[in-house]
Ligand binder design. Structure first.
Ligand code: UDP
Length: 493
């Protein structure tokens, strides 16, 4: 194609609106912010949006989320991607299924993405960070501008952008030590995602390739806002992290503008937690969740159960027994024991089902979030002013936990172990910190301030609102062949 991709109008599009193709990778942690971006661009900024979906999805949570999006927004177009077959079990035995899916997408993109972009008449592509290094060359070939969306924190983004430079400087064969991200701050070796300590890990290879490719993108979007991570946003935009980065648009925290229909249908099936929350006094419940894609080890689950029992507070605990929800067939009683469930009945609700977390965090009964600090969980807490007791377990979560503590959104239990470390956090420590956090009015006040800052950022005229508008103007300018160099995001330096 080339020029036709730039000039054609999408079949469902309004004249002049850019047609933006969104290409997420895998897992709810990536899909949720992509769907929020889709809705913000479609409903808030009048863009035409197509969302690429690699089928079948890894988890059932992803398929129901996608179905809900299309039910609620039938004018957002679904572009299915049938992946090229790839036998991961021989090449990457035992690898995380979500990283394997990234790899499958990365191998399919050079073959499938070009025809898909050309056929759709794209004005711009927004590719997930996990696919950056394979998506950018395809888009470039077609003269379609390619933006990369980083779905986690700006601080982690700065680390990622700088990491290849760090590796080049320390040289091959050296372990990963503390990483001093220029203009941001030092990320200690103990907070570096576990996989990155192994240069041959499938995730490390993707991480480094994508980090190197950032300078070749036409722009970078991040689900973060300036007031929460000023150092990182300013360093990314000001060029101190690595030179040559394209414009960085900090557009977060992306929020749902509309509850999805599936949510309401699911409510009828899984309504027990909603009804239970409605019966609890204001600011009395500890919400406990470690995200959509990791299970705690059994002995840690037992300690957490005992800690929640001992803390004396009401709690809603979402327990996962397996990495992928489709494999999570065991009964709660097998995991936790009948005795525990009986003893906490009424005071604590434990579920293995999907809960609508954003709604839980909005509920007036919820006072504290014991969270693994997946970035979406952090932004959802920030948007709702719910203080976080951060217990990172994996990947970027320690970096995010530091952001939580620095921003005043909560506290980070820094000594608590994460995946790969043997120590089990004991029930007494858990109970003690939960009690402390529940009694800390100052922390609740600071979290409320973060909520105010988040809502100012996304409101008309706020930093994130202006960044999003600048991004849309850039896509529109490309569509009209205007040189977009004057359409950079607002700068804070
Ligand atoms: N989530 C949810 N209900 C659940 C578990 C997770 O709604 O029972 C959502 C959560 O609100 C967030 C996403 O799934 O939007 C998980 O992303 P996050 O970055 O917090 O963690 P990850 O699951 O990627 O580790």
């Amino acid at each position: 194609m080339s020029s036709s991709a730039l000039s054609s109008t999408s079949s469902h599009g309004s004249r002049g609106a850019p047609h933006i193709i969104l290409l997420p990778s895998a897992g709810m942690g990536h899909l949720v912010p992509f769907t929020h971006l889709a809705v913000a661009l479609f409903a808030g900024h009048g863009c035409d949006i197509s969302l690429v979906t690699a089928l079948p999805t890894v988890s059932s949570a992803e398929s129901s989320h996608i179905a809900a999006l299309y039910a609620a927004f039938p004018n957002i177009r679904q572009l299915d991607l049938r992946l090229v077959p790839f036998d991961a079990s021989s090449e990457f035995p035992g690898a995380d299924p979500f990283y394997v899916r990234y790899e499958a997408l990365r191998r399919s993109a050079p073959l499938l993405l070009g025809p898909l972009l050309a056929g759709a008449g794209a004005s711009a592509l927004v590719a997930d960070i996990a696919l950056a290094s394979v998506a950018i060359p395809v888009a470039r070939e077609l003269h379609v501008p390619c933006f990369v969306f980083f779905t986690a924190s700006a601080t982690m983004f700065s680390f990622k952008a700088y990491f290849p430079t760090y590796l080049d400087a320390v040289g091959a064969g050296h372990g990963v030590g503390d990483v001093d991200v220029p203009g941001v701050y030092q990320i200690p070796s103990s907070s570096v995602p576990q996989a990155l300590h192994d240069p041959d890990n499938i995730f490390t290879r993707q991480f480094v390739a994508n980090g190197r490719a950032l300078v070749t993108a036409d722009g970078l979007l991040v689900n973060a806002f300036h007031a929460m991570e000023p150092e990182a946003v300013e360093a990314l935009q000001g060029g101190s992290v690595v030179s040559g980065l394209p414009p960085v648009f900090a557009v977060g925290p992306l929020m749902p503008v509309n509850d999805l229909r599936e949510t309401r249908e699911a409510a009828q099936e899984q309504g027990d937690y909603r009804a239970w929350l409605d019966e609890q006094p204001p600011r009395s419940v500890v919400y406990v969740s470690f995200g959509s894609r990791k299970a705690l080890p059994k002995d840690q689950i037992n300690e957490l159960a005992a800690g929640l029992e001992a803390c004396g507070h009401r709690f809603l605990w979402v327990v996962k027994g397996a990495v992928v929800d489709r494999d999570d067939a065991g009964e709660l009683s097998e995991l936790l024991g009948e005795g525990f469930l009986r003893r906490v009945q009424g005071r604590g609700l434990v579920t293995k089902s999907w809960v609508e977390q954003e709604e839980v965090l909005r509920h007036p009964a919820v006072a504290l979030f014991v969270s693994h600090c997946g970035w979406n969980s952090v932004t959802e807490s920030a948007s709702n002013g719910v203080p976080v007791l951060a217990w990172p377990r994996f990947a970027d979560q320690r970096v995010n936990a530091r952001v939580v503590a620095r921003a005043g959104l909560g506290v980070w239990a820094e000594q608590w172990s994460w995946e790969g470390e043997e120590a089990v956090v004991r029930a007494e420590e858990i109970a003690e910190l939960v009690m402390e956090a529940m009694g800390d009015d100052g922390m609740a006040e600071k979290a409320a301030n973060v909520r105010e800052a988040a809502s100012r950022a996304v409101a008309d005229g706020g930093t994130s609102y202006r960044s999003m508008a600048a991004f849309v103007r850039r896509c529109t300018a490309w569509r009209r062949c205007i040189r977009p160099c004057q359409l950079n995001p607002p700068q804070y330096t």
